[in-house]
Design a protein around this ligand. Structure first.
Ligand code: AMP
Length: 386
């Protein structure tokens, strides 16, 4: 199926690694993980992203109804609207007032597949609810930078402030004379690469001050960014702060403030700011050395003794993959190729002496180890000594 991919072992390790970092950074910034359905009512996106947005016009995957049940269901193209729906429908925010949610999961958009653009892709995002001050924008952007800094990739942060709905209405009028193509000029601008002759947006004084204060806070924390006055984001629900993080000119994350999304859905007003990273794009860009934390156990015709050894190892917190009855050379070749650090080799001599052969697959050194000495600490220490 075009635009869908299978993620097989070794590649899946990269995804797990990104997920692990995401969960750690989310915890560091006080976020709680949430899980939401992958289907939503299409109306949710018509009301939040705008019916003429790319997402609503051509990218929604419709879900066929089940038997006679009517459905307007679609596969979620993003998570922000779902998060707002979920917190507003529950009484989650009633007591706490403030919340920081983190999510990671698959999104679906029907678009033409190309490099870095898939029909199913994983997004990792945060949504900070309840705070309207730029301190929240600041901390959220700081967290996004903290997260992407773990992957040894060169990135740039682009920042802008798109003011209020009234500012954007004025700007639309100004741009409509400029683009003259019938579509919403902000959507055209969002897609325009060379903006050199395009007029900039004028925003209200309050948002201008907020933008300056945010820049100052980020500068004080040594966060590098560029002001991109043409960054408007393609969805209707943003206001005030918006930003994107790019790798080689392609966006790896997008985010901003969306203080009026909840009220667009008919709920009470809820100030909010959030971001979403494209995990597939991080995986495509990052330098990653596969770290295999399993031990290759190679059993040479000693099934019962090997079973005992493996049980001991697993009880001692060692992860084992057993090559039952595979030729020694073949098993060692596979283990080295798949970045195993250690192999345990078990033959008749080892059974008789209650030992195993422990082989360091990086240095090729081999040692005889007593069965009762097999533990994670012991092997880690041995690795350091070799
Ligand atoms: P957006 O909500 O469109 O700004 O998306 C946020 C991030 O998700 C983007 O910066 C991309 O990294 C990622 N993303 C969006 N669409 C796709 C896609 N079709 N395939 C892969 N990643 C995507």
């Amino acid at each position: 199926m075009r635009g869908f991919k299978d993620i097989l072992p070794l590649d899946s390790m990269k995804f797990s690694y990104v997920r692990k970092i995401f969960e750690a950074v989310s915890a560091k910034y006080g976020c709680d993980l949430i899980e939401l359905p992958i289907v939503e009512d299409a109306e949710l996106y018509f009301r939040t992203s705008g019916t003429d947005s790319d997402v609503c016009q051509k990218e929604l995957f419709e879900v066929r109804r089940y038997k006679d049940e009517f459905s307007n269901w679609v596969l979620r193209p993003e998570m922000t609207a779902s998060c707002v729906r979920a917190v507003c429908e529950s009484n989650f925010l009633q007591e706490r007032k403030l919340a920081r949610l983190a999510y990671i999961g698959p999104m679906f958009r029907y678009n033409r597949p190309q490099k870095g653009r898939y029909r199913q892709f994983i997004q990792a995002g945060w949504e900070f609810f309840g705070g309207s001050g730029i301190e929240y924008d600041y901390e959220l952007i700081l967290g996004a930078i903290d997260f992407i800094s773990h992957f040894d990739v060169k990135f740039t942060l682009e920042l802008n402030n798109i003011g209020t709905a009234a500012d954007r209405t004025k700007y639309r009028e100004q741009l409509s004379g400029f683009f003259q193509d019938g579509r919403d000029p902000l959507r055209v601008l969002d897609k325009t690469e060379d903006c050199s002759n395009v007029p900039c947006m004028k925003i209200n004084d309050e948002d201008r001050k907020k933008f300056d204060d945010l820049c100052k806070m980020l500068q004080k924390s040594n966060v590098c960014f560029v002001h991109n006055p043409y960054l408007v984001r393609g969805l209707d629900y943003y206001n005030s702060t918006v930003f994107e993080i790019k790798i080689d000119g392609q966006a790896v994350a997008g985010g901003g403030r969306y203080d009026y999304l909840a009220s667009k859905l008919g709920y009470k007003e809820l100030p909010a700011v959030g971001f979403a990273f494209g995990v597939d794009r991080i995986v495509d860009a990052m330098n990653f050395k596969v770290e295999n934390d399993k031990i290759a156990v190679i059993c040479l015709n000693e099934a019962n003794y090997t079973a005992r050894v493996v049980e001991n190892c697993r009880n001692a917190a060692l992860n084992c993959f057993v090559f039952w009855g595979l030729d020694l050379k073949k098993a060692l070749t596979i283990s080295s190729k798949e970045a195993y650090n250690f192999a345990i080799i078990i033959g008749e001599n080892e059974r008789i002496s209650n030992t195993v052969q422990l082989k360091n697959l990086n240095t090729k050194e081999q040692k005889e180890i007593k069965l009762e000495d097999l533990s994670k600490n012991f092997i880690d220490n041995l690795f350091r000594l070799i």
